[in-house]
Design a protein around this ligand. Structure first.
Ligand code: GRG
Length: 298
C-alpha cells in the first residue's frame, strides 16, 4: 500500500467495524433495555479501534475474507471495551471519563457497568464461535482458544491483577514489562494472531513472524501510551491524563524517565518494522499502522 492510502484504509476499517459492532450489539429497545443501551454506550462511537485495525492488517497479509475479519475485529474490540468498563469502576481505577464521555458506572450505575463487561465478553466469544466463520473449523477453535488465553488470568485479567498489586511499588523495568505483556500486550497480540489465522495463507513461518511482531507492537503501544499520559492533556486523550501518576502506579516514564521511554519506543518501532521486512506489500497496512501507533496523538 502506498502510505498516502493509509488514512483512507484506516477510516474504512474503523467505519466497517462501527457498522459491524452496531449490528452485533443487541438493540437498546430489546429487553433488558437498560443493559443493552449501556452495552452500546460503552462500545459504539468511540476509540481508535487499534485492535480491529491490527486484525484487518494481519488478515491482509494472509488473505483473509473481509467479512471474517469483521467478526474477528468485533471480538477483540468487545473484549477491549469490556476491559475499559471494568477498569474504570470504583473498585479498580475509579475513573469518570473515557473516550470523551462519562464512564459507564457514572452514566448508569456500578451493577450495570459490571454486567456490561460480562455481557460484552460473552458477545465477543459468540462472534468467534459463529457457524461458517471459517471453512476450517479446527482453525476457528484455535482462534477461540487464543482469545480465551489472551483475556484470562494468563493474559489481560492477570495483567490487571498485577497492576492492582503494583500500586505504590517501585517496579523494575523487567517487572513492568511482565505486567504490560499481560495487561495490554496479550489482547494486542491476539488481535494480530486472530487476524492472521483467519486467512488461507497463514503458513507457520508467516504466523510466527506476525506473532513475534505483535509482541513488539504490544509493548510499543504501552510505552507510547505512558508517554502520552505524561505529555498530553485530558481533552486530547478523552480520558483523565496523568491518572497513573496520580494513582501512584509505575509507568515506563516513571521507571525509565521520559527520554529513555522515547528511546525505547523508537527501538521497538524499528524492531517491529524489521520483522515485517521479509513480507511483501500485503504487509504495508501493518507497516503504516506501526508508524501510526508511535506517532498518534491520543
Ligand atoms: C478489567 C480485566 C480488566 C482488564 C483491564 C486494558 C486494561 C485491563 C485496562 C485499561 C487501562 C489502560 C488505560 C491501559 C493502558 C493502555 C490501554 C489499554 C489504553 C486504552 O486503549 P486504547 O488507547 O483506547 O486503544 P481506545 O479508547 O482508543 O480504544
Amino acid at each position: 500500500m502506498n502510505s498516502s492510502k493509509f488514512p483512507d484504509w484506516m477510516r474504512s476499517v474503523q467505519q466497517r467495524t462501527e457498522v459491524a459492532l452496531g449490528r452485533i450489539l443487541p438493540p437498546s429497545a430489546v429487553t433488558p433495555d437498560r443493559l443493552h443501551e449501556a452495552m452500546r454506550y460503552a462500545t459504539l462511537e468511540g476509540g481508535k479501534r487499534v485492535r480491529p485495525l491490527l486484525a484487518h492488517a494481519a488478515g491482509e497479509v494472509t488473505g483473509a475474507r473481509p467479512d471474517a475479519l469483521d467478526r474477528v475485529a468485533c471480538a477483540v474490540e468487545l473484549i477491549h471495551a469490556y476491559s475499559l468498563v471494568h477498569d474504570d469502576m470504583p473498585c479498580m481505577d475509579d475513573d469518570s471519563l473515557r473516550r470523551g464521555k462519562p464512564t459507564v458506572h457514572v452514566e448508569y450505575d456500578e451493577s450495570t457497568a459490571l454486567l456490561v463487561g460480562d455481557a460484552l465478553q460473552s458477545l465477543a466469544f459468540q462472534q468467534l464461535a459463529e457457524p461458517g466463520l471459517l471453512t476450517d473449523v479446527g482453525r476457528q477453535i484455535e482462534m477461540v482458544h487464543h482469545l480465551a488465553i489472551a483475556a484470562g488470568s494468563r493474559g489481560m485479567a492477570g495483567g490487571q491483577a498485577i497492576d492492582l498489586q503494583s500500586v505504590g511499588q517501585s517496579l523494575t523495568r523487567e517487572a513492568l514489562e511482565v505486567m504490560h505483556v499481560h495487561k495490554t500486550g496479550a489482547l494486542i497480540r491476539a488481535s494480530v494472531c486472530l487476524g492472521a489465522l483467519a486467512g488461507h495463507y497463514c503458513s507457520t513461518d508467516v504466523f510466527q513472524r506476525l506473532d513475534h511482531f505483535s509482541r513488539r507492537i504490544g509493548l510499543l503501544f504501552q510505552v507510547v501510551d505512558d508517554i502520552l499520559d505524561t505529555e498530553s492533556d485530558t481533552a486530547t486523550l478523552g480520558k483523565t491524563a496523568g491518572k497513573d501518576a496520580e494513582n501512584n502506579k509505575p509507568t515506563y516514564v516513571t521507571v525509565l524517565g521520559i527520554d529513555e521511554a522515547k528511546r525505547l519506543a523508537h527501538e521497538l518501532e524499528s524492531e517491529a518494522l524489521e520483522l515485517l521486512e521479509p513480507l511483501d506489500d500485503k504487509a504495508d497496512a501493518m507497516r503504516d499502522l506501526t508508524r501510526y501507533i508511535v506517532h498518534r496523538r491520543f
